[in-house]
Design a protein around this ligand. Structure first.
Ligand SMILES: Cc1cc2nc3c(=O)[nH]c(=O)nc-3n(C[C@H](O)[C@H](O)[C@H](O)COP(=O)(O)O)c2cc1C
Length: 224
């Protein structure tokens, strides 16, 4: 069996999509699957590269797409690839497809409301078999953008790693993964006080950024 990882983050290698995807791919390799990973953003600029990318999809049995959520939806490079696959009209019937999506907000609902149904419709339209999906909130805690992999960040990644273990077992045994909305945060994040503190810190940070861009952050134009 061949598993192909498509990394759909515009951040490329330094992304949570890459760190989660590469960890899963290593597990599949240990289970004797042939594996390959492709950073989508590097492959869309020339016709030859696109042809090779589509060929790789054609030659794989399992397609794992890891991507961030952008504006409740797919990043453009992922949309582009979905369009290319649909236009090519390949016979994809025997291939299993699983999107693993992470977002910035802690609630995974942002992912399952719109993006997962779009992936579902895409899979159905092009003929992929739906192997399941994973919606991961708070993706930045895995620090992929700092070039970290899951083994670099200690206990913070324990739940995520356990989940990926389970997914690897299911994918390699031809079992359904299911549509998962896992809680991948360390227990400490469930403490209410800490949640409030994090929100306050986040809000302060957003305001700072807005101010540095010349915004009047406490403006109340409709009350004046
Ligand atoms: C243009 C843009 C749009 C985004 N839109 C959302 C969004 O709608 N909801 C959300 O929770 N996070 C959103 N995010 C945050 C990313 O999904 C989040 O940072 C994610 O962890 C990045 O994953 P990556 O490292 O794999 O790219 C957005 C980020 C960018 C740059």
């Amino acid at each position: 069996m061949k598993a192909l990882l498509l990394v759909g983050s515009p951040r490329g290698k330094r992304s949570t999509s890459n760190s989660i995807g590469m960890y899963l791919l290593e597990l599949l390799k240990e289970k004797r699957l042939e594996t390959k990973s492709i950073i989508i953003k590097n492959e869309l600029s020339e016709d030859e590269k696109i042809a090779r990318l589509l060929e790789d999809i054609n030659n794989s049995d399992i397609i794992i797409l890891t991507a961030p959520l952008y504006d409740d939806s797919q990043p453009y490079i992922v949309v582009k690839l979905m369009e290319l696959i649909a236009e090519k009209k390949m016979n994809l019937n025997a291939k299993r497809f699983i999107p693993i999506i992470n977002c910035g907000f802690f609630e995974s609902e942002h992912i399952i409301a719109v993006a997962i149904p779009i992936y579902h419709k895409f899979a159905k339209t092009v003929g992929f078999k739906w192997a399941g999906s994973v919606a991961i909130g708070g993706g930045e805690i895995f620090q992929g953008r700092h070039g970290k992999n899951l083994d670099d960040i200690g206990k913070m990644a324990n739940k995520m790693k356990n989940l990926l273990d389970l997914i690897a077992v299911k994918l390699s045994s031809n079992l359904e993964v299911g549509d998962l909305v896992p809680d991948v945060f360390p227990k400490v994040f469930n403490v209410k006080f800490l949640q409030k503190l994090l929100i306050r810190m986040n809000n302060r940070n957003w305001k700072k950024i807005a101010e540095s861009n010349g915004e009047i952050v406490d403006a109340t134009p409709y009350l004046d």
